[in-house]
Design a protein around this ligand. Sequence first.
Ligand SMILES: [Zn+2]
Length: 370
Amino acid sequence: MDKMKNILSDDFIWYSSFMEREKYNRMVSPKNTSDILLQKRAEIISNSTRLLRIFIHYRNIFTHKNPNKEWDFENVFDTTHYDFFISNVSVEIKNKIKGISYGDLYSNDPNGMIMKTVHDPLITLDSSLDYFLKYSNLALMSEKFEVPYRIRKNGLFIAYRVMRKYEALDFDFDPRGKIPKTIDHIINSMVFWQKVFITGHEFSHYLLGHLNNSNLKEMKLFMSSEEVTTFKVYNYMQQQEFDADIHALKLLEMSNVNYNDYGDSVIMWFCNLSIFEGALEYTNPKIGYRRSTHPTGKERLKNVFDFLKTKLNLDDDYYISLLTVIDKYVKVMHTELALSIDELEKYGSLYLDKPNTKWRGRERIDRVDY
Ligand SMILES: [Zn+2]
């Protein structure tokens, strides 16, 4: 059904379960880019029964915990990566990006994107990136953290399924496992830097003038069997993608210590992306999530590695070892997909381990525990 028709016919009932009347009114006649962002977010959620269920759940929990507070639909979306990025660039850059709007929404692209709107351009990242990044980072933790092989493998598949929209996005109510505190802390810090980098990459496209002469591409967002929403996003040339990656690395003014964390996390991000792209080749070599001109994760890894090499004191052996890990995990994923593609591409929840084990914790029962 075309939900846009409902927006136009003032059918608040479709949206009342997750958004307030005032927000609905803003969305119906958008006056600026943040109203458009609100509209896109609502459109995606109302078109997806699965996401709708999660948002109703969020709202119930919020109302239960804060009986005297008003629910704010927009508050659900994380902005820390944008806030950090903007407060850590130079005053000159801050002034240049003043007119840009930004905010996360649900999509199926691990890369960020810039949408064209009738007002300012809109920078967005996928709201489910947290889960994708967390579980793929877990799989790539160094040997010294002693993450068992089956946990790494399950982590990779949770990440894959998140991005392919097979995994239920109810992580807040149904954790997929129990990650030891020290590892969890490192992973969360990496996720933060990776989102800051993806944010910086998108702002860099704008700052480097890539929007001026780029063409537009129709993007399908939040794609699964029954849910498709299309938007117009900017599409760039390969060289512009490489340039935006390097510019994002140059933009942040930080101490050396932080810069090491930033750089390391960015290298891991391209490993995550390369493994995901490699796995996709098995199931869908021509999947629509990638823009036709976008360089591969591996090509972008090489580009940022060459830039970071001296800054982070890295050697070529390390680069070779990253490629070896990527290839190894892609092979593992292809083998598993060949064996049980029906299971791995079915909507539901995948866990790090069996219930009542170290990496899983106590079993939680749907509709009882959450
Ligand atoms: Zn880009």
